[in-house]
Design a protein around this ligand. Structure first.
Ligand SMILES: *[C@@H]1O[C@H](CO)[C@@H](O)[C@H](O)[C@H]1NC(C)=O
Ligand SMILES: *[C@@H]1O[C@H](CO)[C@@H](O)[C@H](O)[C@H]1NC(C)=O
Ligand SMILES: *[C@@H]1O[C@H](CO)[C@@H](O)[C@H](O)[C@H]1NC(C)=O
Ligand SMILES: *[C@@H]1O[C@H](CO)[C@@H](O)[C@H](O)[C@H]1NC(C)=O
Length: 447
């Protein structure tokens, strides 16, 4: 080989020992690069040097599982509505709004679902061997020391909040008390606070300023669309250059807030707040009845123009992600020294005929009747996931964990086929996986 044609490889060490040393140096270099890549969430997003994603329990690995029979009780039949809690393995539930509706035991003629409906457990794929077992004491500890959860979403997220109030019981108390204030408004904040008599208190490492009477561990705010109505109208005008008489919304009721409003809640300092994780979910209210400006009666077999709602949803979630990431870029983290994180939980469609089905599916089943926007919910999820997967949104994480819910037609509230009852394992699985994800998959310490 002539000197001019020598490749770099030709200069590599000739002796065996030198080769071993060179290899060692190269591996050390790789490890150094791995450690100094900015944040592990960046690594997760880019997939760069990421042996952890393969061995850890990603949302996909978690979702890729089955429901398995796992009885939690020896009680064979329900004789009063409160037994729903025992059957699900809860000592009680702190929240009190629509108590038995959430537990699925408010219709006596449907008590025959119990205890079976509470007797299944989600078994994720074998890649999830390292999934943290759900433990309410450790969950409370993380919510105090690493930051609480702010749940932003519609009535399905309210289902999630109620379930958390049972998981964390008896360590938490809930506000408001709906027994004392029955004339509720859906936009009222609902909170879970650590109880002053919780035996955990002496062992917790409270951030400076934490106040048991005012610092919530969990808050739910009803926000159906993630952006305010005015923002969506304006975004529609800018995107489609509407005619003057165009109206996006019908008279159908919905509740929403601008991200700036709930980010202010999220980032408020102690003692008013100590949130570490913002958990959002949306899709159920993105319909052609609420957004009647998109409705097209001629498309009866195609969701009456739902494809246009989906297109607008992509535009809107991009704006949402821009606004959220801009706020996260200047976020100073929690007093406990954690980077705050934003998690998008995939939405779930309802099931047809749900009250005649009494066991989990092995595979998701499609729709005969096209109720609401159910057949398109997975499209909304996919779009939201695609939007936030961009590496510019480094603090926003999409959790595509809707599959366990898709496989549980039996787990709905007694009065409809969209809402999910507490205790069947679906809502509890969301809390379980989100907790695992934020504490194990994206360690976010900044100081
Ligand atoms: C059911 O009863 C058996 C026998 O009494 C007992 O060993 C078991 O722990 C009980 N299971 C539950 C979930 O209570
Ligand atoms: C409950 O589940 C058991 C075990 O799968 C099954 O044998 C039984 O028929 C179920 N009961 C009802 C009421 O569906
Ligand atoms: C709500 O108020 C009622 C009536 O004062 C009381 O009995 C109940 O214990 C309260 N519920 C909770 C969860 O604190
Ligand atoms: C906690 O907040 C309550 C209600 O605002 C207040 O009365 C109390 O003094 C605060 N406790 C501490 C230790 O700051």
């Amino acid at each position: 080989m002539s000197p001019s044609k020598r490749s770099w490889w030709a200069y590599s060490p000739r002796t065996f020992t030198a080769k071993v040393i060179a290899l060692g140096a190269f591996l050390t270099f790789l490890l150094t690069v791995y450690i100094f890549i900015p944040s592990s969430s960046y690594r997760l997003k880019t997939g760069l040097f990421n042996p952890r994603t393969r061995s850890s329990c990603s949302p996909e690995a978690y979702s890729n599982g089955q429901w398995t029979w796992s009885p939690k009780t020896n009680v064979t039949a329900m004789t009063n509505a409160r037994q729903a809690m025992d059957m699900a393995g809860f000592e009680g539930c702190a929240a009190d709004r629509e108590f038995f509706w959430h537990l699925g035991s408010d219709h006596e003629e449907m008590w025959g679902r119990f205890p079976n409906v509470t007797n299944y457990e989600w078994t994720p794929s074998r890649q999830c061997n390292n999934l943290r077992p759900l433990n309410r004491e450790l969950l409370v500890q993380d919510m105090v020391e690493q930051g609480g959860w702010l749940l932003i979403g519609d009535s399905v997220t309210e289902n999630h909040f109620f379930s958390l109030s049972c998981i964390l019981y008896p360590h938490v108390r809930a506000t408001p008390n709906y027994t004392e204030n029955p004339y509720f408004e859906r936009h009222w904040p609902q909170n879970l606070y650590l109880r002053e008599d919780s035996p955990l208190i002496p062992s917790l490492n409270f951030p400076v300023g934490f106040n048991l009477s005012v610092t919530p561990l969990v808050t739910f705010r009803r926000v159906d669309l993630l952006l305010s109505g005015e923002q969506l109208e304006q975004l529609h005008r800018e995107t489609y250059h509407d005619k003057d008489d165009f109206q996006l919304f019908s008279k159908e009721l919905y509740w929403s807030m601008a991200p700036s409003e709930y980010l202010e809640i999220f980032q408020k300092p102690l003692p008013e707040a100590n949130y570490g994780t913002l958990i959002v979910s949306t899709a159920g209210h993105w319909t052609t009845t609420l957004m009647s400006g998109f409705r097209d009666e001629s498309k009866e077999n195609d969701g009456y123009g739902i494809d246009n709602v989906l297109k607008f949803f992509r535009v809107a979630m991009k704006k949402w992600a821009d606004d959220i990431q801009a706020a996260m870029d200047v976020d100073e983290g929690t007093k406990g020294g954690r980077r705050r994180q934003v998690v998008v939980r995939a939405y779930l469609p309802g099931h047809e005929n749900c009250h005649n089905l009494f066991e989990p599916y092995k595979k998701p089943v499609g729709w005969q009747i096209k109720w609401y926007n159910w057949p398109w919910i997975l499209d909304f999820d996919r779009i939201f996931g695609e939007v936030v997967s961009s590496s510019k949104y480094r603090d926003i994480h999409y959790l595509g964990i809707e599959r366990p819910a898709l496989l549980r037609p039996d787990a709905h509230a007694a009065g409809d086929c969209l809402h999910i009852m507490t205790g069947a394992g679906v809502l509890e699985g969301w809390s379980h996986y989100i907790w695992h994800y934020i504490t194990r998959e994206i360690p976010g310490r900044i100081r």
